[in-house]
Design a protein around this ligand. Structure first.
Ligand code: AHR
Length: 517
C-alpha cells in the first residue's frame, strides 16, 4: 500500500512522515458529474471586520501618515494578501459593535471626527478614522461586495434610514449632498444590510417575538432607490436554536414589500464547549484536537434544523440562511488585552475551516453567505500583524486554496469506506469532501483528513489526474510566527492514475484542493 502511495503522489519530504497508512484504508469516492447541484455562492467565503481589538486599526487601517507602507491609509502588505484571497464580501462594522455604532461619528474630515469609547471591546477610544467612506473604499480596492450591519440596539429607525439614504441616494437631498461634500459623488451600492446583530444578547437581550416586531418596524422605513435595494438580513439565533428562524419565518413574509431576504445565525467552535474555559489556541493535546472537530461538526445539524423550518414556511427557497459569524474561539493569548480576542491560528484551525466550508457547500441552496470571524487579528483570523510585520495563518491558506470554489456548481458525490476517527471511545467522520464544477467546465475536489495520526488513500474513478495543493504539518498545533511566517504553507500536490486507477493520498491532518482531469 505504501509503495503505491509514493508512486502516485508527488509530495515534499517533510510530508512523507505523515504517511503511516491505515491498514484498512480503502476509501472510494465517486463524483456524479451528470447531476449538477446548486451554486456554491462566492459569499460563503465572506469576511467579517469589526471595530474590535486590532481588527481594523493596525490590522488594515494605519492612516496615511503611518511609517508602515500604506495606500491612502490601508496597509499595503495586508491589501496584497487580501487581493490574493479574492475576498468576495466584507461585513462591517460589527458584531456587537454595530449596535453601538452611530454612523455620523465616522464621516467628514478625520481630524474632526468624534472620539468614542468602544464599550463592548476593551473600553478603548475609537477615533472613528475608519468610517463609511473608508469601508467602501476598501471594498472597492478589493472588488468585494459590502454587508453593512445597522444599529438596532442603540439607534432608531430614523438614524438607520438616514445612513441608507446617505449611502444610496442620488437625489439633491441634504444627506446625499453631505456624502458628496465628504468626497463621494456617486451613491454606493449596498449589497447587504442587516437590522441589528445578536438581538438575543449584546444586541439588546430581546426575545424572538420582540425582535421580529422591531424588524418589521424598522424595515418599513428603510427605503432605498429601486435599483439599489440591499439584500435584507434579519438577526437570527445561535448554536442549536431554531426559535428565531421559526418566529421570523412565520411572521415576516418574503413577498411583502418590507423584505426579509435572509436570516443570520452564529456558531463559534470552542474546544471545550465551555465559555468560562474555552481551551488554548496552541499547545493543546489530542483530546482537544478531537473535541474541537467534534464541536465544529455540530454546525451541520444546526443548519439542517433551521433549513427544515425555512422549508416549511418558504418552500420556494427565497430566504437565505447566512452563518454570518463562525470560527474558533479560544482563551485569549496571555499578554493581550482580553477585550481584543487575539489568538494564534494553527493547523487545527485550517482543518476546522476546511470542514466547515465543506458543510456550507453541502447546504449551498440556503447557505448563500457565511462570514468567518474575523478577517485580521481577531479570533480565527486570516492575517495576524505586529506593527510592521504580517503573517498569513493556516486558515488564510485554506481560504486561498479554496478560491476555485467561489461561484461554482456543487457536484454530488459518494464517499465510501472512510474510517472514522476515534478517540477515547468517541468518533467523528475521518474524511470530509466536496466537489464542484466551475464556469469553465473544470472539476474541483477538496478533501480533509481529520485524523491527526493516520494517513489515508482515496480511490477515485473517472479521472486520470489530480493537481493542486496540500496543507499539512508535523504537529497538530503547527503555526506561523512573525519570526517563522512560513512554517505552515501549502505545498504542490499531484497524483496520476496508474493502470487506469487514480488514488489520492491524504496525509494525516491535512487539507487538499485539486483540479481533476
Ligand atoms: O466576533 C466577535 C463577537 O462575537 C461579535 O461581535 C458578536 O456578534 C459575537 O458574539
Amino acid at each position: 500500500m505504501c509503495r503505491s502511495l509514493f508512486r502516485t503522489a508527488l509530495l515534499t519530504g517533510s510530508l512523507l512522515s505523515s504517511f503511516a497508512l491505515a491498514d484498512d484504508a480503502t476509501i472510494t469516492l465517486s463524483i456524479d458529474e451528470s447531476q449538477p447541484g446548486p451554486t456554491i455562492h462566492r459569499n460563503i467565503y465572506g469576511q467579517f471586520m469589526e471595530h474590535l481589538g486590532r481588527g481594523i486599526y493596525e490590522g488594515i487601517w494605519v492612516g496615511e501618515d503611518a511609517d508602515i507602507p500604506n495606500t491612502r491609509g490601508y496597509r499595503k502588505d495586508v491589501l496584497k494578501a487580501l487581493k490574493d484571497l479574492e475576498v468576495p464580501l466584507l461585513r462591517w462594522p460589527g458584531g456587537c459593535f454595530a449596535d453601538e455604532y452611530h454612523w455620523r461619528d465616522g464621516i467628514g474630515p478625520r481630524e474632526e471626527r468624534t472620539r468614542t469609547v468602544n464599550t463592548t471591546w476593551g473600553g478603548v477610544i475609537d477615533d472613528n478614522a475608519f468610517g463609511t467612506h473608508e469601508f467602501f473604499e476598501l471594498a472597492e480596492m478589493l472588488d468585494a461586495e459590502v454587508y453593512v450591519n445597522g444599529n438596532l440596539g442603540t439607534g432608531s429607525p430614523r438614524e438607520m434610514a438616514a445612513w441608507l439614504e446617505y449611502m444610496t441616494s442620488d437625489t439633491d437631498s441634504t444627506l446625499a449632498n453631505l456624502r458628496r461634500a465628504n468626497g463621494r459623488d456617486k451613491p454606493w451600492k449596498v449589497d447587504y444590510f442587516a437590522i441589528g446583530n445578536e438581538a438575543w444578547g449584546c444586541g439588546g437581550n430581546m426575545t424572538p417575538e420582540y425582535y421580529t416586531h422591531l424588524y418589521k418596524h424598522y424595515a418599513t422605513f428603510l427605503k432605498t432607490p429601486a435599483d439599489n435595494r440591499p439584500v435584507m438580513i434579519a438577526s437570527g439565533g445561535q448554536v442549536d436554536e431554531t426559535i428565531w428562524t421559526e418566529t421570523l419565518a412565520s411572521q415576516v413574509k418574503p413577498n411583502w414589500s418590507l423584505r426579509m431576504d435572509a436570516i443570520s445565525h452564529h456558531y463559534y467552535t470552542l474546544p471545550t464547549g465551555d465559555w468560562a474555559k474555552k481551551g488554548e489556541a496552541i499547545g493543546f493535546d489530542e483530546s482537544e484536537w478531537f473535541s474541537t472537530l467534534k464541536q465544529t461538526l455540530r454546525v451541520e445539524g444546526f443548519i439542517q434544523d433551521n433549513v427544515a423550518i425555512l422549508d416549511k414556511y418558504d418552500p420556494e427557497k427565497k430566504i437565505g440562511f447566512y452563518v454570518d459569524e463562525w470560527g474558533t474561539w479560544y482563551d485569549v493569548t496571555e499578554g493581550h488585552n482580553p477585550g481584543f480576542l487575539y489568538q494564534q491560528n494553527s493547523l487545527r484551525d485550517a482543518v476546522v475551516a476546511a470542514v466547515n466550508l465543506n458543510i456550507f457547500h453541502a447546504y449551498a441552496e440556503r447557505v448563500q453567505m457565511t462570514n468567518i470571524a474575523q478577517m485580521i487579528n481577531v479570533l480565527q483570523a486570516m492575517i495576524l500583524t505586529d506593527k510592521e510585520k504580517m503573517l498569513l495563518t493556516p486558515t488564510y491558506h485554506v481560504f486561498r486554496m479554496h478560491v476555485p470554489f467561489q461561484d461554482v456548481t456543487a457536484l454530488p458525490f459518494t464517499l465510501e469506506g472512510a474510517p472514522e476517527y476515534t478517540l477515547n471511545g468517541e468518533s467523528v467522520p475521518g474524511v470530509s469532501a466536496s466537489a464542484a464544477r466551475d464556469a469553465k467546465g473544470r472539476t474541483w475536489l477538496t478533501l480533509v483528513n481529520l485524523n491527526p495520526n493516520q494517513a489515508v488513500e482515496v480511490a477515485l474513478s473517472g479521472y486520470k489526474q489530480a493537481k493542486g495543493e496540500v496543507l499539512t504539518a508535523e504537529e497538530m498545533d503547527a503555526h506561523n510566527t512573525f519570526d517563522s511566517p512560513e512554517r505552515v504553507t501549502p505545498k504542490p500536490y499531484k497524483a496520476k492514475a496508474q493502470s487506469g486507477k487514480l488514488s489520492l493520498p491524504l496525509p494525516a491532518k491535512s487539507v487538499i484542493v485539486v483540479q481533476l482531469k
